[in-house]
Design a protein around this ligand. Structure first.
Ligand code: NAP
Length: 403
């Protein structure tokens, strides 16, 4: 396992310019609020569709968040989503999947590292689907991606906003006991549908038992995230449970913070997905922010209630040694209260970056069941991408940037 007992601080020598694609949307605004106040980054370009390009930011969108309206950038002119108009070495994408498929590769081809929320490339074999607390070794895919696609830059994705709330407790259990089967029912916030989202007449006083294209994502993304990175020819292998081993086999020595890192490797790498099966039912509920999941699991190795509780309570994220600005104090917190987690009371904790788990019980059909809650537009979107970029910089994955 990765050594998590030492600490180290990386920070760039100067602030890094970034571009926000889809800056006018629900997630784009959360990106801007984070970047405007970030110790490593500053917003160089706010980009959106042709409907918005050329307008003042305040005229192109309605600000939905608290804090300084438009993060103080009301008068910034929105750029079109092209590298010619809006190049930066780091790009955060809050585009819908359709435009993302066209636009993100243009930036990667121009040399940007694109940290994307969109589903467009998440399941591509050579694209990391990253939760840095769980699988930073999957940055090892980037050398294959760059070689195969001929890009000086690259695309890194974060999972669907429901997957991240699921994958966190699953990771702890998979690493310790192994998982056979997972049943999950999600109660997803309205903000997950973008702005203006679901009509009030459809959602007030109601539960909508269908979210288009959601269940296939939730049933597959955790397997990739918790999968094993493998270099073909059988030279190197490592699981998400063993990032240090993998990093060393990828030819790494020390990163900028003094830890093992993933470096370029000419061998094509791929992910062997974790073997557990996931069955998902996704629903939309009248909550503004925060996805709540009811999860039941079947373990591979028998475990007592106390062992399962300890495992969820004491999980150590792989970001722990790095002191990243967006990393929450508690990546995952197990609540002992009988009626928590609750979206209204818990979802904003740790800047919206904490996963709160509670109501751990034995399950009469599978082995154990519990509730997991996370912020869909922070932990599940903007905060996730920013944390991915911070981890990439701290691990030395983005050469030359910030130096
Ligand atoms: P949204 O509020 O509808 O915003 C979409 C953004 O994309 C807007 O800035 C829009 O610009 C821009 N855009 C749309 N079509 C475009 C085009 N053809 N070219 C360039 N820009 C275009 O959506 P959202 O909820 O922020 O979601 C953004 C992405 O994040 C989606 O891929 C979504 O699946 C993902 N995501 C969302 C959540 C969530 O909880 N909301 C969580 C995780 C991931 P205009 O304003 O100019 O139209």
């Amino acid at each position: 396992m990765m050594n998590v007992t030492t600490t180290a601080t990386y920070s760039p020598k100067k602030k890094i310019p970034v571009t926000i694609l889809g800056a006018t949307g629900v997630v784009g605004q959360r990106f801007l609020r984070r970047i405007a106040d970030h110790p490593w980054f500053y917003p160089a370009f706010l980009a959106a569709s042709d409907r918005s390009a050329g307008k003042r930011y305040a005229d192109a969108c309605q600000w939905h968040l608290g804090g300084t309206p438009y993060a103080g950038l009301s008068d910034t002119i929105v750029a079109p989503c092209t590298p010619e108009a809006a190049f930066a070495p780091i790009v955060f994408s809050a585009l819908d999947a359709g435009p993302a498929r066209e636009i993100e590769p243009l930036f990667a081809a121009a040399g940007s590292y694109v940290f994307s929320n969109a589903s467009a490339f998440r399941m591509d074999e050579d694209v990391p689907l990253l939760i840095p607390e769980l699988n930073p070794e999957h940055f090892g895919l980037l050398s294959s991606q760059k070689a195969a696609r001929g890009w000086p830059g690259a695309i890194v994705t974060n999972p669907n906003c429901t997957t991240v709330v699921l994958a966190a407790p699953l990771a702890a259990l998979e690493f310790r006991f192994g998982l056979r089967a997972v049943m999950v029912t999600s109660m997803q916030a309205i903000s997950g549908a973008g702005y203006p989202g679901v009509s009030a007449l459809d959602i007030v006083g109601n539960v909508v038992p269908f979210i288009r294209n959601e269940e296939p994502k939730v049933e597959s993304e955790s397997n990739k995230i918790l999968g094993t990175i493998s270099v073909r020819e059988g030279v190197a292998q490592g699981s998400a449970a063993d990032s240090q081993g993998t990093a060393q086999k990828h030819g790494a020595a020390q990163d900028r913070a003094g830890h093992s890192k993933v470096v370029s490797n000419t061998e094509p790498a791929s992910i062997i997905p974790a073997s557990f099966v996931v069955s998902a039912t996704c629903t939309r509920v009248p909550v503004i922010d925060g996805h709540t999941l009811s999860i039941s699991v079947k373990l591979k190795t028998p475990a007592t209630f106390e062992e399962v509780a300890d495992t969820l309570r004491n999980f150590v994220p792989k970001t722990a040694p790095y002191k990243l600005p967006s990393a929450p104090e508690h990546f995952m917190l197990l609540s002992d209260a009988e009626d928590r987690p609750q979206a209204r009371k818990d979802v904003e904790e740790d800047g919206g970056m904490r996963i709160t788990v509670g109501r751990l019980r034995t399950c009469k059909i599978l082995d154990y069941k519990f509730i997991s809650l996370g912020h869909n537009t922070e932990r599940g979107a903007a905060g996730a991408s920013v944390l991915n970029a911070e981890m990439a910089l701290a691990m030395g994955v983005i050469p030359g940037v910030g130096e």
